[in-house]
Design a protein around this ligand. Structure first.
Ligand code: UN1
Length: 501
């Protein structure tokens, strides 16, 4: 395998990131593959300056016709297509994702750009019947202003693109604070953005900014009076701080926080398909997706048949260097993540859980943390099972009654994603009904993770309530104006009110 730093340098150069942005600076970037330092970047603390420039850019951009803004996002999508291999590989080097997931993440960016281009010729408002003669009512959608984005290490580029592509076609400017664990992929996105801007010609200066640095930068963005919409992806703990601060200044939050996603496997389930669905969702991305499956409710009638198969599948899933084509599970992001995983497993054991796997997987790189994915057979749905640990741990429990399983699946703080595996139409429909799963995402016969961009992505309760990506998520990046137009010569008042002098 090539030296990680050399390859990182080469990729950044190929993508067009100026060397000065990554070969000197106060923040060292490490690769979770080996734990080695692969670059040094500059932290930039001037949030005010970036927001002021973005605000000026917004004032121009908002008057560019939306389909023309869409043309810019189309060019951005083209540039992403051209750089897919390099950016995907950089995601692998910086975030540790396996090759196909690194590429998949860039594909997700391309997909959202395509979606946003189509949207740029829509952004529909309604016309509404007026109660008054000679009057017309309609609603218009206008850009909101500067959109702040705070993203996490685990989807270092796709989450930016969901927000940025929509925000830009909607006429907004963007200021982005990526995770300080993954600044290189952010610099790469910025270089790709700038290339698209050059091709487009007249993108106003400052329309997009990347601010690298620690928490204070995020806090300034959250508190900035000129940032009316802020999208934040991260832990529920982070959301608990961000949410009230945004509320205090009446800014609109788009919160994408934790998940404690569960699947219920019913007696009629197709068990081969279920096994594959569970394995991908529970162990893929080393358990570091917000949609990762973390709890599994197996019906009594199939528990003893399914569990050994799951244990066997867990022990054969290839772990290791994510650059190797055959690897399915790469490293955890860092030592802290591995420690959290061990702590959770200890708690599971102390609650009477029977743990399979979960130990460190040695690759020879002392600064890297690879773990075998863990299955924890739990006697009860309590304690650690009800918490999110951002690592590959799947808590498995028995159930006998579907109502009870649905109640347990809902009995956690988070409300992001959920699945049912069944061939029984009544069970599937019950799960999807108002009395079923309380999550923002509820699936049948597929796992909890790996959503397409066409649907609205996000969840309820402690997941924060935000929706990003497809469906009508674009509305969060715009402000709605209700317009009443009088084309008569009279001035009738609504509700029959009279006001004559
Ligand atoms: C996340 O983990 O923050 O549905 C996002 C999925 C991906 C997105 C995950 N499309 O698993």
């Amino acid at each position: 395998m090539r030296d990680v730093r050399d390859e990182t340098t080469e990729l950044l150069e190929k993508i067009g990131v100026p060397a000065a942005q990554f070969n000197s600076g106060d923040l060292s970037v490490t690769s979770p593959i080996t734990g080695e330092v692969i670059a040094e970047v500059h932290t930039q603390g001037d949030v005010d300056a970036a927001v002021a420039r973005a605000r000026d850019a917004f004032l121009k951009w908002r008057s560019v016709p939306a389909p023309r803004r869409g043309e810019f996002v189309r060019l951005l999508g083209e540039e992403l297509r051209a750089s897919k291999a390099e950016l995907g590989r950089l995601v692998t080097l910086e975030a540790g994702k396996v090759t196909s997931e690194g590429l998949g993440e860039v594909q997700e960016m391309i997909d959202i750009c395509d979606f946003a281009v189509g949207l740029s010729r829509q952004l529909y408002g309604l016309t509404i019947a007026s109660e008054r003669a000679g009057h017309r009512m309609m609603e218009s959608w206008h850009p909101a202003g500067v959109v702040g984005i705070i993203s996490a290490f685990n989807f270092p580029v796709a989450v930016w693109s969901w927000n940025a592509a929509l925000a830009l076609v909607c006429g907004n400017a963007v200021v982005w604070k990526p995770s300080e664990k993954t600044p290189l992929t952010a610099l790469a996105c910025n270089a790709i953005f700038e290339r698209a801007a050059k091709k487009f010609g007249d993108v106003p200066d400052g329309l997009h900014a990347v601010l690298i640095g620690a928490r204070e930068i995020g806090e300034k963005l959250v508190d900035h009076k000129d940032v009316p919409v802020l999208s934040a992806t991260g832990s529920t703990r982070m959301g608990r701080e961000v949410g009230p601060r945004l509320a205090a200044r009446f800014a609109r939050p788009i919160l994408e926080l934790g998940g404690n996603n569960a699947a219920i496997v019913c007696p009629t389930a197709d068990l081969d398909l279920t096994l594959r669905g569970v394995l991908f969702s529970a162990t893929g991305t080393a358990g570091q997706r917000c949609t990762t499956m973390r709890r599994l409710f197996l019906h009594d009638s199939l528990y003893d048949d399914f569990m050994p198969k799951l244990i066997a599948a867990y022990s054969s899933v290839p772990i290791g260097d994510p650059r190797e084509e055959k690897t399915l599970i790469g490293p955890l992001i860092d030592a802290g993540s591995f420690e959290n995983m061990q702590y959770a497993l200890e708690r599971a054991r102390s609650q009477g859980g029977k743990v399979h796997g979960g130990e460190r997987f040695e690759t020879g790189a002392s600064g890297a943390y690879y773990a075998r994915p863990a299955l924890a057979e739990m006697p009860a749905h309590e304690g650690i099972v009800r918490e999110e640990t951002f690592a590959p741990i799947l808590y498995v429990m028995r159930y006998s009654d579907l109502d009870e399983a649905i109640a347990l699946q809902n009995d956690v703080g988070a409300g992001l994603s959920s699945s049912i595996f069944t061939m029984n139409m009544r069970e599937a429909e019950q799960f999807l009904s108002a009395a079923g799963s309380d999550c923002g995402i509820a699936n049948v016969n597929i796992g909890t993770s790996g959503a397409e961009i066409g649907g609205a992505f996000g969840g309820e309760k402690e997941t924060g309530g935000g929706r990003e990506s497809g469906s009508d998520a674009w509305k969060a990046y715009m402000r709605r104006a209700t317009n009443t137009i009088n084309y008569s010569a009279d001035l009738p008042l609504a509700q029959g009110v009279t006001f004559e002098v």
